[in-house]
Design a protein around this ligand. Structure first.
Ligand SMILES: Cc1cc2nc3c(=O)[nH]c(=O)nc-3n(C[C@H](O)[C@H](O)[C@H](O)COP(=O)(O)OP(=O)(O)OC[C@H]3O[C@@H](n4cnc5c(N)ncnc54)[C@H](O)[C@@H]3O)c2cc1C
Length: 393
């Protein structure tokens, strides 16, 4: 029986404090000067990821036995939060690797973990996670990609839609049906490597936001995957691997939403302090202070929900799925609302590229869509409410 006492302690360890500081430095020196250009040119942030690798940030995200530093998994929340504050595009481009790593961390064999988690921890590999398909977005059970066993290989056929890092990633965690008769319970996760015959990528999607993150289709035409690349070597375990991944990754997305909201809020306060109208700085108008107060309240509520979900996820608390959904839903909607109000406080200047808030506003919207839309999070929360209602006294 696990002990869940004292898990809600949000005091940062010395390691965590050091990583946060280091990340702020990297973001101020590398991300701020480049983010507008990466956005305009829809350019993948290879150089920034190289700096993060150099600083050992990926190592901080994995266990010591696979080349990581073995720090508490809560550090992933802090990394998402800091990167999200400066550029959600860079944050998504960087974090999609961890998303691709999670099914292997949860379900992989020792050998798979040594090779792939080791490669992610050292920064050798960029990763990607392929679950969504053109006709299976929220409706994951409608998955069509197949994996047919032929001798010591699986033959994969199908198309994955909206895959972050597709085309740039070296390693792909791809979900496919190994037993169609079982529906989603007949799904398995496979590790594909760039360069495998029959594996190709669609056009670069032209997005309204997070443009430094590259999104493409992953197309599989008779891709031969050796059976040792079936995660955990046992077929039909993919549904569990996907659920475990989402429980772990939703707090991370919520953290990036908290980061974006923090960035937008700071921009709003800075602008309101220096913009003068009617003979005073606009921060002195009570209506403006009330907007900022609402933003600050939503931001802090989002942060607390996110930290709780992340702590639950790290220790494997039985209510992780519920609190991950609550945190992802609230933090992403809060980020959209805070970015909207922050832009409003910039007036006409906020509607131009002269201030970073214009990009933050465009970037924020993806947060309520990827890793499960707000409606899907609410469906999950609703399912918990029904389950818990049976035990209400
Ligand atoms: C930029 C970007 C990056 C992404 N990265 C990845 C990635 O790396 N890997 C990956 O696997 N996927 C990725 N996705 C896919 C993402 O998770 C899906 O887009 C998302 O889950 C929604 O699926 P959909 O786009 O098909 O929308 P749909 O499922 O078609 O939803 C359309 C609308 O219907 C609503 N809806 C659907 N079903 C219900 C329901 N039962 N109840 C109430 N409302 C409902 C939705 O909330 C939404 O508002 C990415 C998407 C984008 C846009």
């Amino acid at each position: 029986m696990k002990n869940f006492d004292n898990i809600m302690n949000f005091t940062l360890s010395e390691d965590e404090k050091m990583i946060v500081e280091q990340l702020h430095d990297i973001c101020q020196n590398e991300v701020i000067p480049r983010r507008a250009e990466l956005d305009a040119k829809e350019e993948f942030p290879f150089e920034i990821i190289a700096k993060l690798n150099e600083a050992g940030i990926p190592a901080a995200q994995y266990p010591a036995e696979y080349g990581g530093l073995g720090i508490d998994g809560f550090v992933n929340t802090l990394i998402g939060e800091v990167l999200g504050e400066y550029c959600l595009g860079v944050c998504t481009a960087y974090s999609a690797t961890k998303l691709g790593a999670l099914p292997i961390e949860f379900g992989g064999t020792e050998e798979q973990k040594k090779k792939y988690i080791g490669g992610f921890a050292s920064g050798k590999y960029i990763g990607a996670f392929g679950l969504t398909e053109p006709n299976a977005g929220s409706d994951v059970p409608n998955l069509r990609t197949t994996a047919e066993k032929k001798g010591d290989r699986y033959i994969l056929n199908g198309t994955k839609q909206w895959i972050s890092n597709a085309g740039v990633a070296d390693v792909y965690s791809i979900f496919a049906l190994t037993d169609k008769s079982k529906g989603p319970r007949g799904m398995s996760c496979f590790i594909l490597e760039k360069g495998m015959k029959g594996l190709s990528f669609g056009k670069l999607e032209e997005k309204m936001g997070i443009r430094a993150s590259h999104t493409r289709q992953v197309i599989m035409e008779d891709v031969e995957v050796p059976e040792e690349n079936l995660v955990g070597l046992k077929p039909n375990k993919g549904f569990i691997h996907a659920l475990q991944t989402l429980n772990g990754s939703r707090p991370a997305v919520a953290a990036s939403a908290v980061g974006l909201a923090q960035g937008a809020y700071k921009e709003a306060v800075k602008y309101a302090r220096q913009r003068e109208q009617f003979g005073k700085n606009i921060i002195n108008f009570q209506a403006v202070q009330h907007m900022l107060a609402d933003m600050a309240t939503k931001l802090e509520a989002a942060r607390l929900l996110t930290y709780r979900a992340a702590k639950y996820s790290v220790v494997g608390h039985p209510d992780t799925a519920k609190f991950s959904a609550i945190a992802k839903y609230y933090a992403s909607e809060a980020a959209v609302s805070i970015a909207n109000d922050a832009l409003q406080l910039h007036g006409g200047y906020g509607f131009t590229k002269d201030y970073p808030i214009e990009k933050m506003y465009r970037d924020a919207k993806i947060l309520t869509i990827y890793e499960g839309t707000s409606q899907i999070q609410k469906n999950e929360i609703g399912a918990y409410i029904i389950k818990e209602a049976a035990h209400l006294k």
